[in-house]
Design a binder for this molecule. Structure first.
Ligand code: R5P
Length: 310
């Protein structure tokens, strides 16, 4: 097995390598003066089972190109099999035509990854499970839920919990977590009554007196979470925390979350945490390195990956 890392999340790649007790392959990913990317794999990879670890997080396009170019280098160096390990799969929110004359960029990205040389894809909490169908190569979508459940059991009194989906689109994900921890489920329904009128949050479910845990795949601007946390507190929740797989946290998101009604936001390290996240008083990071490391080991050993979630 050869583990190759791009520049998007070196600490996660190192942690995965440590879990697997297999050092990262020597590989140089550099920029020319005009910012073109140049890759050189500095070890023999002929006939190897190669895993390229790269999240397509900010700056998304640079990290995407790094991933593609690393796979091209591996393919031309005769790696036997290439697995694109993409803990955070950017562009996933562009998974349908949102209007006339708009692209389906998630499909374009899937095509690019396949044409660059990927034989398999290993990713985590895809925004929509159907994106697996955009690939015509085997695609494993891992779930951070077991890592989250363990943390919830260690930090919350289960008797009073209520799992909340911050929007209607996330109900399946939230229901799955609620079932795992044996808690009831509430849903926030965002509605704009008329064009030009601000959104109203309807809480479906009785959250009064409950400790609420919101679950989602992405926190980007933080708007969805902060507004939902406010609505839950207005309805009598005693406290609100959130477990979100991918901490995109663009712009002023960390400051927004810091000033919000959220007691705690727990994210994973699928995206490398910024300094602002590391010093934040109410954001905590869980590592998914053991989960991804185990999935890589099982893929390499041709063992079941889905049984990780039984
Ligand atoms: C949307 O469907 C996603 O699941 C997230 O709820 C969304 O991306 C969060 O975005 P923001 O933090 O900018 O509200």
């Amino acid at each position: 097995m050869k583990l190759v890392a791009g520049n998007s999340n070196s600490p996660l790649a190192e942690a995965i390598a440590a879990y697997l007790n297999s050092p990262l392959t020597k590989c140089s990913v550099r920029r020319f003066a005009d910012m073109e990317i140049f890759v050189e794999i500095q070890e023999n990879v002929r006939g190897e089972d190669a895993f390229v670890i790269q999240s397509t997080s900010y700056p998304a396009n640079d990290h995407m190109m790094e991933l593609l170019i690393i796979m091209d280098a591996l393919r031309r160096a005769s790696a036997k099999r290439i697995t694109a390990v993409i803990p955070y799969f950017g562009y996933a929110r562009q998974d349908r035509k949102a209007g006339p004359r708009t692209p389906i960029s998630a499909k374009l990205v899937a095509n690019l990854i396949t044409h660059a040389g990927a034989d398999r894809v290993l990713t985590l909490d895809l925004h929509a499970g159907q994106i697996q169908g955009f690939f015509d190569i085997p695609t494993d979508n891992l779930y951070a839920a077991p890592v989250m459940v363990k943390d919830i059991e260690e930090n919350y009194d289960n008797g009073n919990l209520m799992v909340v989906s911050p929007d209607v689109g996330g109900v399946v994900r939230a229901r799955g977590l609620a079932q795992r921890i044996g808690a009831p489920l509430a849903i926030i329904d965002k509605r704009r009554e008329r064009a030009g009128v601000s959104e109203v949050m309807h809480v479906i479910g009785d959250v009064a007196g409950r400790s609420c845990i919101m679950v989602d795949d992405i926190v980007d601007s933080g708007g969805t979470l902060c507004n939902a946390a406010g609505a839950l507190m207005d309805q009598g929740a005693t406290e609100v925390s959130a477990y979100i797989t991918h901490g995109v946290l663009s712009g002023g998101a960390v400051a927004r979350i810091s000033a919000s009604a959220l007691k705690n936001l727990i994210i994973t390290d699928s995206i490398m945490p910024t300094e602002a996240v590391r010093v934040s008083h109410n954001i905590r990071v869980l590592s998914i390195a053991p989960l991804i490391g185990e999935a890589i080991a099982r893929t390499s050993g041709e063992k079941s990956v889905s049984s990780l979630f039984d």
